[in-house]
Structures are given as structure tokens and as C-alpha cells.
Design a protein around this ligand. Structure first.
Ligand code: SUG
Length: 439
């Protein structure tokens, strides 16, 4: 049985986040330049969800396995109650807005759309017990995201409920030393058989390191990454831990996937991404990984943060090679566009590049890669997961209709104290779960 499972080919399911009906710009993420820049501006949740669904359909039409990660129920009025705001919803919202505006914004945030932060995943080919392991991220570093782990854990336990194949751990304990932001700081290298896979965990800080950012917070702690590797049954020879360059964090690189991308046995990484980068790159090359270092002359960190070049989504396409889905913003900057083309011509393995419009998510610092969690699964595991979230044309049409009929086209900060909008958004959330056969 164990042997058979090992020999089954693994496909990488793209578990794609669907923006919720309260998607808005509240400037909640200190250290995330796009979030700070757009705080207070008018959002369009309908466009956000349609853009994300458009990406799912684009991938699906390429022959990629896609599934939908639903939004969380928002706003979380219960959080306001737990913090002492009593009364009818309307009064509670008004009071919270005048006394704790950041808290009010936090309970409305649609941030669970960025599924790359939902969890870290280890496929059954790599874990010691041959199960697929998930550790939901505790997202301890920001208030609005710290509300996500409980619901994310619940969704993952429904979607991957068969414990013959899947283990969904509890999120790590909530403490600074164990701050965990999930797969956004994790890279897995493997060939198509999954044999000899290697995992790289990128962390922002640890008590043992004298180097840490001065301006913005380091969101991922070494002890968190080490705990996830241990929980998932990864041995010492299967893992590398590498520290982010604190200067890059201070320039707006709040997750590693803002400065590096990877897929299969390919890593594309900025010259200034990590501490001891030359040794790290050498180590990866010694493992047979193809590494393309993007120099600062080719792309400055500021350009990387602005264009989200590194937040591209890399997928293996059934017709051969790797497709790279860049955000539209990369096509709009002449030098970044030229770099995308150059990469394609230079690296034979890249068979296609595309530019996608994900502007609504991008204005909050979430590009193509942020919106998806990679879940490598074999055929038996794919069949064992909850089928209601698997993307196909029927589900696409159903969700599209629902978004078109129930999502608003604009949300301003004033809408976040509207009790009628709260009821409307929660009702829409229930309808989405019904479509996905989740509770
Ligand atoms: O955690 N933005 C998210 C973006 C997450 C991007 N994910 C990856 N890089 N994988 C964050 O900073 C902004 C919300 C606001 O400002 O309203 C926000 O939460």
C-alpha cells in the first residue's frame, strides 16, 4: 500500500482563495507597501472575486487541477462582543469605529483570500508517515489575520477529512517566537516523481540571529518553521532553513514570495533575498536545482515590490514545461516586461508566460502566488478530498452568477459601520458555502 502510493504521480492542486464580499482597503498590514498605499480607498469586491475566478478558470483551461478555498464569514461581530462592545449590531459598529477604528477594519477584512498564508503543506511522498500534512498558519503578526486560523483549520479539516490520507494539525501556539505565515515562506523542490524532494523554509528572524529588520516586522520565526518541519515528519536531510535579508523586509518584502519564486526543480530568486545568499544558492545548485539569480541591476527590490514580479504563479502544464502567470503590472513596466521575456527565452523549461489582471488583490499586496496554496496530491488523494470545492465549468458558472448577483461594486470605509451591509455580507457567505457543500 505504502509502496503503491509512493509510485503514484503527484499533481499539484492549486487551492485558490476566493475574495469575500467585504474585500476592502484598510491599510492594515504594516510593512506591506501596497496595503499601506491604498488604505482608505474604494474597493470593488465584485471585480476582486471575478478576477480571482478568472484566474481559476484560466488555470483550469490549461489542464491544471484547481479547487476553491472559500472566504471566511465577515464581519466578525462576535469579536467586538468578546472585546466588550455590547448592544445591537448598528450601535456596536458605530462605537467600534469611533473608539477602535483598526479593530473595526480588522473584523471586516477579506484577507483569507490569500491562501498562500493559509497553511504549510507537505505531500505524502515526503512525510515520514506517508500522509499529506497541513499546518494552518497562526498569522500572529497582524491583528486582522490573527482571526483566520480557526476557520481555516475548520475548512481544511472538511476539505481534507479522510485521515487515512490527510493530517490537518492545529495551528502553532500563539506567541511571538512561533509566528507563522504558512506557505508564502516555503519552497519545495522535486522532480515529477517527488523522489528526493527538498524543502526550504525562509524565516524573517530568530532569537539566535543578530540580524533583524529595523523598520518593519519580520513575520516568520525560525522556531515556527522548524516546528512545522518536525510536525510534518521531515528529516534533517530534507530541509534547509534560510534567513530573509532584513534590508529586504525593510524595503517591503514582508513574505519570501515577494522576492523569490520556485516550482519543480527551478528557483528564481533576487540577489538580495537572503542572508548568506551565495552559499545558499550554491547549496541548492549542488542539489541539482536550476537557480536563476535576478541581479539588482536587472530589477531593484523597489521594482520587485511594485511590480510583484516574484509573486508569479508557476505551474507545470500538461502540454509540457512550466507556465508562469505574472501580474498584469509586470507587463506595464517596460524593463520588468523585458525581464519576463528574457527569462522565458533563457530557461528552456519555461514554455509559456501570461499576464493576469488581479488589480483588486494587488492593491492589498496580494499577487497570483498569494492567492493560491499548492497542494501536491496523487490520484487517490485527489479522489479522497472533498469534491464540492473542485473547480470545473459548472462551479465556475455557479460562483460567477453568485458574485455578479450578490457582491457590491464598491465599498468605502463608511460602509464598515452599516449593519445592513453586515447582514448582506454574511448571507452571501452562507450562499458560497452552500455552493461548495461546506459548512
Ligand atoms: O498579509 N494584505 C496581505 C497580503 C498577503 C500576501 N500574501 C503573500 N505574500 N503570500 C498581508 O499583508 C492587507 C489588508 C488591508 O490592508 O486591508 C493585507 O492583509
Amino acid at each position: 500500500m505504502r509502496h503503491d502510493r509512493l509510485n503514484m504521480t503527484t499533481t499539484e492542486l492549486q487551492l485558490e482563495g476566493l475574495p469575500g464580499p467585504t474585500h476592502n482597503y484598510a491599510g492594515l498590514s504594516f510593512g506591506n507597501v501596497a496595503s499601506s498605499t491604498h488604505g482608505g480607498s474604494i474597493s470593488n469586491p465584485r471585480a476582486a472575486a471575478l478576477q480571482a475566478l478568472g484566474k481559476m478558470n484560466f488555470l483550469y483551461e490549461m489542464g491544471i487541477e484547481v479547487a476553491v478555498m472559500p472566504p471566511h464569514p465577515r464581519p466578525m461581530i462576535d469579536v467586538l462582543h468578546r472585546l466588550g462592545y455590547q448592544g445591537f449590531v448598528h450601535e456596536t459598529l458605530i462605537l467600534a469605529q469611533s473608539e477602535s477604528p483598526e479593530l473595526l477594519n480588522a473584523i471586516w477584512s477579506a484577507s483569507p483570500m490569500w491562501a498562500a498564508n493559509a497553511a504549510t503543506v507537505t505531500p505524502s511522498t515526503d512525510s515520514s508517515d506517508r500522509r499529506v500534512h497541513f499546518t494552518p498558519a497562526n498569522l500572529f503578526s497582524t491583528l486582522h489575520r490573527s482571526f483566520e486560523p480557526r476557520v481555516t483549520t475548520g475548512y481544511l479539516r472538511q476539505i481534507f477529512s479522510d485521515n487515512q490520507y490527510f493530517t490537518v494539525h492545529d495551528p502553532l501556539p500563539v506567541t511571538t517566537r512561533l509566528a507563522d505565515e504558512g506557505a508564502a515562506n516555503h519552497m519545495r523542490f522535486a522532480d515529477s516523481t517527488g523522489a528526493n524532494a527538498h524543502h526550504v523554509f525562509v524565516y524573517g528572524a530568530s532569537p539566535e540571529s543578530a540580524l533583524h529588520p529595523m523598520r518593519f516586522p519580520a513575520r516568520q520565526q525560525l522556531a515556527a518553521s522548524q516546528s512545522v518541519a518536525r510536525l510534518h515528519g521531515l528529516g534533517d536531510s530534507q530541509v534547509t532553513f534560510v534567513q530573509q535579508n532584513p534590508d529586504a523586509i525593510d524595503a517591503g518584502v514582508f513574505h519570501h514570495d515577494v522576492i523569490g519564486m520556485s516550482h519543480a526543480n527551478l528557483m528564481i530568486i533576487h540577489q538580495q533575498a537572503c542572508i548568506n545568499q551565495v552559499a545558499f544558492v550554491q547549496q541548492m545548485q549542488d542539489r541539482g536545482i536550476t537557480v536563476r539569480v535576478i541581479s539588482t541591476d536587472e530589477l531593484s527590490i523597489e521594482q520587485a515590490v511594485k511590480s510583484y514580479f516574484f509573486n508569479a504563479q508557476l505551474v507545470s502544464v500538461p502540454t509540457g514545461g512550466i507556465a508562469i502567470l505574472f501580474p498584469q503590472e509586470c507587463a506595464e513596466d517596460r524593463s520588468v516586461n523585458a525581464l519576463c521575456e528574457r527569462l522565458k527565452n533563457e530557461l528552456g523549461i519555461i514554455s509559456q508566460i501570461h499576464f493576469l489582471d488581479l488589480r483588486e488583490s494587488m492593491k492589498n499586496g496580494g499577487g497570483p502566488a498569494c492567492l493560491r496554496l499548492r497542494v501536491p496530491l496523487n490520484a487517490a488523494e485527489l479522489a479522497a478530498m472533498h469534491q464540492g470545492v473542485r473547480f470545473d465549468l459548472k462551479l465556475y458558472q455557479q460562483l460567477k452568477r453568485l458574485v455578479e448577483s450578490s457582491y457590491r461594486e464598491s465599498i468605502s470605509p463608511a460602509d464598515l459601520r452599516d449593519a445592513a451591509f453586515a447582514d448582506e455580507a454574511l448571507a452571501t457567505h452562507t450562499k458560497i458555502l452552500d455552493v461548495l457543500s461546506l459548512s
